[in-house]
Design a protein around this ligand. Structure first.
Ligand code: SF4
Length: 473
């Protein structure tokens, strides 16, 4: 997932570039390093042009010969690098240099609007940028595209893109997403069918956030039919709307009941069977949360067809459970108490999954589903638990080892949603605190003290991930 956007904008002095690309790192011995460029410098132009994003930067390099102009904002020093089919050796602070595109909507179910106060600023960013969709798979609505954006997507073949469709009923979509007319640069961009059809050379992975009484039932059937009729739509994920207890002055939206989740499953599974016969793919995939809310068993791994929409919470639980398990010892060398912290939604699944460990003598194991006190009890996924939720529901010294769900950590770091780190938890609880593992085999190894989590989570809480953990955008 992308780091938080950091773009350096310049004042409107015509002599000044409108944006520059801050350099994070320079490869030793690279052409940029030999020219004296270092971390903290800025790339100003490549082949005489401003560079809006890393895609444009790469495109210029792919032409073969490229002349890069860079400067040091601290000293005012400048450098020019001339490369010919060579990597200049620059790593940038971010992938977007001209500012992240923000959304033009005010969706009735928007997660950003119902975030509690006090989290990091980037979590409140209403980003909707087709470039990060292409680079990182974040979902975008396409309502903020301009004619030039569409031309660029087609010209540069920015495929695949990930699109929040929600419904193929144009009127219903407008009603659910309530875009700001003044923020929509090209009214044609608000037609989802028009946009999907204009982008026909581009593969699209789509999602529907199912809101009870709005785009479910017959409206969902019609949406699936439409999406399946388009040659460029590769798949659709159906995810339930997620809410917090911090909805103030917002439209009346509620979460799905178990019966409504069941209805969605029945509809979509019937559609999947037909698609499998007609197209050789299920095409539509349901988020794990729907099965858990409906109290239904999760589909087998093959039903996810390679887990194409894993990061949207589609198949994550099955994927977690699938890894071959290690042989278990009869007893531990020394007794240990292990606490597994997760969200309330996943708690019962985890409880069943770790049952074999209960036969290991000397191991005292507890699965503790935590109530989300930051967002409210209505939020049950592990990915939206904050450090404070752990600290208020785990007592100091009550376990020798506390294992957290990896989805609670920011991508590639040991930082939780409220900026507390694993070290903060270790200090406050006086307990070893680690990440449990990205699959059940790693979790078993962590519990037994045999290593375990070898990888940081693939998924963290960038703005996108918060929305994805909540099934929104
Ligand atoms: S859900 Fe996404 S697209 Fe809709 S208003 Fe919120 S940030 Fe914008």
């Amino acid at each position: 997932m992308p780091p938080a956007a950091r773009t350096t904008h310049r004042p409107s002095d015509p002599a000044e570039p409108p944006f520059v690309a801050p350099v994070r790192e320079v490869a030793p011995g690279s052409p940029a390093a030999l020219a004296g460029i270092a971390a903290g410098w800025e790339l100003v132009r490549i082949n005489g042009q401003w560079v809006p994003d890393v895609l444009a930067y790469r495109r210029e390099l792919e032409r073969g010969r490229a002349v890069l102009e860079a400067r040091d904002p601290a000293s005012g020093a400048t450098a020019v690098v001339d490369v010919d089919w060579e990597d200049p050796g620059l790593e940038f602070e971010d992938v977007i240099f001209d500012g992240l595109r923000l959304c033009a909507n005010k969706c009735e179910f928007c997660y950003v609007h119902q975030m509690p106060k006090g989290f990091r600023k980037s979590l409140y960013t209403m980003d909707d940028d087709y470039r990060t969709s292409f680079l990182y798979g974040s979902f975008v609505t396409l309502t903020n595209l301009t004619e030039e954006d569409v031309a660029r997507i087609l010209d540069e073949h920015l495929s695949p893109l990930y699109v929040s469709v929600h419904t193929a009923d144009e009127q219903l979509r407008a009603d659910m997403m309530k875009w700001w007319r003044l923020k929509v640069k090209d009214p044609a961009a608000t037609s989802i069918r028009g946009m999907i059809e204009r982008l026909e050379p581009i593969d699209l992975f789509t999602q529907v956030v199912a809101v009870p009484g709005r785009n479910d039932g017959a409206a969902l059937d019609a949406t699936l039919e439409y999406l399946a009729s388009r040659p460029n739509v590769q798949a659709v994920a159906v995810v339930p709307v997620g809410l917090t207890d911090h909805r103030r002055n917002l439209p009346d939206v509620r979460t799905l009941t178990a019966a409504e989740a069941e209805d969605l499953i029945v509809r979509v599974e019937a559609f999947q069977r037909r698609m499998l016969r007609e197209k050789g793919t299920r095409f539509a995939f349901l988020s794990d949360e729907l099965y858990l809310v409906a109290g239904r068993p999760l589909p087998a791994a093959e039903a996810y067809e390679g887990f194409v929409m894993l990061e949207n919470g589609v198949g994550m639980v099955r994927d977690f459970l699938e890894a071959p398990l290690p042989a278990l010892p009869e007893r531990l060398d020394a007794p240990r108490r292990v606490l597994l912290a997760t969200g309330r939604l996943f708690g019962p699944v985890l409880e069943r999954a770790v049952a074999p460990l209960r036969a290991v003598a000397g191991l005292e194991l507890e699965v503790r589903p935590l109530t989300n006190k930051s967002f409210g009890a209505v939020t049950t996924v592990a990915g939206l638990l904050a450090g404070r939720d752990v600290l208020t529901q785990v007592a100091p010294g009550e376990a020798d080892l506390l294992l957290l769900s990896p989805s609670m950590l920011k991508y590639g770091t040991e930082t939780l949603l409220d900026d507390r780190t694993l070290d903060d938890l270790r200090r406050d609880l006086g307990t070893r605190v680690e990440v449990g593992g990205t699959n059940l085999a790693e979790l078993f190894a962590s519990v037994l003290g045999a290593g375990g989590a070898t990888a940081r989570p693939q998924f963290g809480f960038s703005t996108h991930a918060v929305k994805e953990a909540s099934g929104q955008h």
